[in-house]
Design a protein around this ligand. Sequence first.
Ligand code: 2U9
Length: 348
Amino acid sequence: MSLKDELSDLLNQGLADLKKINDQAALNDLRVSLLGKKGPITKVLRGMGALSAEERPVVGSFANEVRDQLQAAIDDRKKALDAAKLARQLEEEKIDVTLPGKPTTRGNAHVIQQIIDQLEDLFLGMGYQVLTGPEVEEDRYNFEMMNLPKDHPARDMQDTFYITNEILMRTQTSPMQARAMEKHDFSQGPLKMISPGVVYRRDTDDPTHSHQFHQVEGLVIDKHITMADLKGTLELVAHELFGDRFNVRLRPSYFPFTEPSVEADITCFNCDGKGCSVCKCTGWIEVLGAGMVHPNVLKMAGVDPDVYGGFAFGMGPDRFAMLKYGVDDIRNFYLDDVRFLNQFSMKG
Ligand code: 2U9
């Protein structure tokens, strides 16, 4: 068979084979076998040395033509396969946007977080900063700087989760206040802050005790702060949160970090002060502890107690939530039972 006939056969056979190809990989294999370096056309072109000078250009140009035709046919086949693949994908991956969506359950702020959020909003509105800090604390910030020296009974191993001798789970959020006081530049103005967060006590859990609960503590330090500022602030908070008919009453108390110290009561929301089971017939409900910051606490944070002073208070959002919603067991807040938690959903 002449080289020209061989090329003609190659072309016909190639075109026939191409028609049978149905996927990209097979098409690529065929392209390599027909037009590749080891393919028949390359072989024919290599064998042209044996041809006469007249035959060589004729066969050469025919070989080029065969190669171009095959290449064009391969390109067309590739385009057709690509288009078919795309059409198949469009069909298979079609989404019916009119189908109803799957319902998803939306989360909800925890009931205690809702109370903390409300307090944060209120204090932010009065120009306080909201500062949060570590729950694993240094003894120095949690106790020492809060006027609770090494031999103080509140530091008992029975009451505190110690991690090492000097590191513990904070028992109050006041270490954050000590940190802030230490850092504050009083020449720039007063320090007004609240520190909300979780605290830990080595208590046995029961309906009124939890080894983990929340605190929102507040601190204001400036020149000329008096107990009247404390009472005015607490009254404002009570009026904002509950309404103007709520009064605040201060009773003397004791805390190591404040002097004088007070406990604050608010008119019973259940009986409007008339006396009921919620307020144990007193007409008042104890809501927080407070006082004027102890001079030792100021000194230890590097603040001069002869120039600066202030008030501090501490409240328990867990207790607020229990009073507000009539929850009789604090452990409910920490069991993560959605049947309990969903009762405080804000989704309406
Ligand atoms: C600094 C100085 C003083 C914060 C205070 C209380 C009184 C208090 C309790 C309320 C309920 C804790 O959550 S609770 O169990 N707190 O009675 N806390 S005065 O005094 C401070 C804080 C920071 C630098």
